[in-house]
Design a protein around this ligand. Structure first.
Ligand code: NDP
Length: 415
């Protein structure tokens, strides 16, 4: 397969090459052509087409007293419904309160094979002001905006590593690129000034000084279901969250549920969800054991939920500025700053977690999930909008819910 210098080929040549090599047919080429946008080519390399992931809005969010309509991008059925449901549950307690720390991201100049870590630490401490200046001189525009390198931390690690951590206020941007530029300037300075070489100089995705916290306080009585009292539901949610504190297997799924909502907003706003994911999971293991990211307790007749997450996201930067869907997401959210965005993301994570725990400890998650799963299956086998309601009812009654059964249900209805 001659794919040499694929990146240098024009769009038509790329398609022709793939068509010849892979035996693509006209329908395949149409899928590629239908998704093609001008901007895609500016954002990634070897561009072919945009991959469609559905976007919807979650409702019922009241965050710091303001109603929010939250855009979410996800391929998973029931995520948006659950977020909206979780948000609705918080309304009985006045919605969600959310706050943020400074947008202080961290980057590290990592030095290996350090013979005398104490001596190096002393030298780095003595040069603190100069190091901060070198970092800031490498990206002066962020300093003009009131941001820039603010402080250092030195960590002596196992196997003779020393990490020089630099905390940088990146203002409205996630800041990966500006941080990396600043760190590389510092690495060069250390080489020249202290004759200290470094292994690498790069952003850390564990941005634990750039955090957002959401809390809700829901009157226990409002949680009552037909079968369970509000006290019972609240107690079961508290115990379920405790399980995620003691069992990493449960914690992984607990946190996946939180990230269902978080990632969907991160994607809708054009942000880097891998960065968000790695930050969240690293934060979940901050005391040495992987734990659930949220905490639920009952106090004074209220179910109190708290979620804190690292927030390596931006309101500008990366591809956000040229992504019209991300710009539209800002309009949906009626936000003008990264801090407001952080409050929304963490609040969606909390609501998503509440909805999942509530479903798990009361009716189980499958009932709601399978309803939407039935819809997806029927659509995938060609059900029309008019056929859907009846077909969904029939499919949900079947002992097995898969594509074949969905086809059978449709066939029976059409006869
Ligand atoms: P950019 O490189 O686009 O930098 C953001 C730019 O926005 C700044 O350089 C600044 O330019 C400009 N800007 C305008 N207004 C403001 C403001 N009010 N506050 C701050 N900046 C402002 O993006 P980032 O540095 O944010 O990097 C994010 C990208 O990096 C993402 O695409 C991410 O996927 C990627 N990335 C992630 C990594 C990781 O997670 N480990 C590693 C490497 C890249 P100026 O000051 O010059 O006007």
């Amino acid at each position: 397969m001659d794919l040499n210098h694929f990146y240098k080929k024009n769009y038509g040549d790329r398609l022709a090459l793939l068509k010849a090599q892979l035996g693509l047919n006209e329908a395949d080429l149409e899928v590629i052509a239908n998704g093609r946008t001008e901007k895609g080519n500016q954002i990634i390399e070897n561009y072919l087409t945009d991959f469609p992931v559905p976007e919807g809005v979650a409702v019922n969010f009241l965050i710091n007293g303001k109603e929010k309509i939250v855009p979410m991008v996800t391929e998973e059925p029931s995520v948006i419904a659950a977020a909206s449901h979780g948000a609705k549950m918080t309304l009985a307690g006045g919605g969600i309160q959310a706050r943020t720390t400074d947008h202080l991201m961290m980057g590290q100049v990592l030095m290996a094979n350090v013979e005398d870590a104490d001596e190096l630490s002393t030298q780095l401490n003595q040069n603190e002001a100069a190091i901060l200046k070198v970092a800031n001189d490498a990206h002066p525009s962020i300093v003009k905006r009131g941001g820039g390198a603010k402080k250092l931390r030195i960590r002596k690690l196992a196997h003779q590593f020393v990490s020089l951590d630099i905390f940088i206020d990146t203002k409205e941007a996630m800041g990966a690129n500006m941080i990396n530029t600043m760190l590389e300037a510092v690495a060069t300075y250390l080489h020249i000034k202290l004759h200290q070489t470094s292994l690498m100089a790069v952003l850390s995705n564990l941005s634990d000084e750039c955090l957002a916290t959401a809390t809700c306080q829901i009157p226990v009585a409002s949680l009552a279901t037909k079968k369970l009292s509000g006290e019972d539901v609240a107690d079961r949610i508290v115990i379920a969250s405790l399980a995620a504190q003691v069992d990493p297997y449960r914690a992984a799924t607990h946190n996946k549920g939180i990230m269902n909502g978080v990632d969907a907003v991160v994607m809708a706003t054009g942000n880097d969800w891998r960065s968000m994911e790695s930050g969240a999971h690293a934060y979940a293991v901050k005391d040495g054991q992987y734990r659930g990211l949220s905490d639920w307790k009952v106090s004074d007749g209220k179910l109190i939920g708290t979620l804190t997450l690292p927030m390596p996201v931006g309101f500008v930067g990366g591809s956000i500025n040229i992504n019209s869907s991300a710009q539209l997401a800002h309009k949906f959210l009626q936000i003008t700053s990264v801090k407001e965005l952080e409050t929304v993301i963490v609040s969606v994570g909390l609501a998503q977690n509440l909805a999942a725990l509530n479903a798990l400890v009361s009716e189980g998650i499958q009932r709601g999930h399978m309803h939407l799963q039935a819809k997806s299956l029927l659509l995938s086998v060609g059900a029309t909008d008019t056929e859907l309601p009846n077909a969904q009812l029939q499919l949900e009654k079947c002992p097995v819910m898969d594509a074949n059964t969905a086809k059978q249900v449709l066939k029976t209805l059409r006869n």
